[in-house]
Design a protein around this ligand. Sequence first.
Ligand code: FES
Ligand SMILES: [Fe+2]
Length: 388
Amino acid sequence: MSPEGRSIFDPKLYANVLRPPLQAESLPAWCYTSEAFHGREIEEIFYRNWICIGREDTLPEAGDYRAFEYCGRKLIVIRGQDGRINVLDNVCRHRGTLLLTGAGRVKVILCPFHHWGYGFDGVLRGAPTMEQTEGFDKREYGLKAYEVETWNGFIFMRLVPGGPGLAEAMGDMDRLVAPYNLPDMALARSKTFTVACNWKLFIDVFMEDYHVKPVHKSSIAGTYTAPEPLERINGDFATIFNPHQGTSALLTGEQYLAFPPILGLTGKAAAGTRYLFFYPTFAYACTVDCMWFFEIYPEGPSRTKVVMNMCFPRSTVARADFEQKFKAYETRWAVSMQEDVDVLERQQAGFETDQFTPGRYSPLEPVVSMFASWLVRHAIVTPQERAR
Ligand code: FES
Ligand SMILES: [Fe+2]
């Protein structure tokens, strides 16, 4: 229940969140702390939208897989014999054993318990000594396969089918990032860590400039200038373009260590950083020489597992001096991420009190407001309810 004694799902409680950014209020604290609210997010947001689960080049061959957990579901992402990426349940259809662990390459998805074997498309291929089991039809005991689409080398899944395809949901995003030649990007490094904050806060801080001077004062704030006014776009995403010299992927004082820019980059894209956020969890940044993105795995209202991925053009990764020079990029990401994480965990701690009432936004954080508004339109007034 909210402080007023109403259900936290009463749309009236969110009327001020839906206003334009400079008139809006922020979300109530329970949106960041309540198990019930988080449960609603799982049902209406995480299961019903396209979720980025990494880059295709991490699974180059048929049978390459990674086992992972998403909002309580145990899943496998695996490349099939036909080259397509599949996302399957990681739970055996015989008596429920978890099938694969970790990551690697397999010839078949083999259950360790009684050796039922599944193809990379989830079809049950072998089930020893089941011939006498009456009415048993292997075709009925495949692993559940979920919707998967790929885009520019990224893998997206949607756990509840239905709704717009990936391209339709993205709208103008494809056009806006075309200059960066994302299909040519190679994953150079991934870092996995857990932050003691709500998943929305992790994305908010990535998409707002208001905190950059106070939080990143001596690391990266000197690189950035004022962000451009928001562009008119179509699609289920938000974007900010920040014009500046050099690359935003190095510390301000280490710009001399930069790799060459992305081949063919011209115009606006050659002088700044584009931040993008495809709702609900795919946040990434493209700058003049590289791209970095997050996979977000919420682990409850106040805990978020994050995979941070750093990608460069293939020609950059192939350089003999790549590993040596990459260290400076790694340092920049580590330093600025720690600065963000420290403040995010303090923000979460504030929400965990019963003392916070909704605040207001500055002109430097419109995406925080737009995201909150999107969230309310999808989690409180759900598309199912709107359709009624
Ligand atoms: S539980 Fe998987 S084969 Fe028996
Ligand atoms: Fe930051």
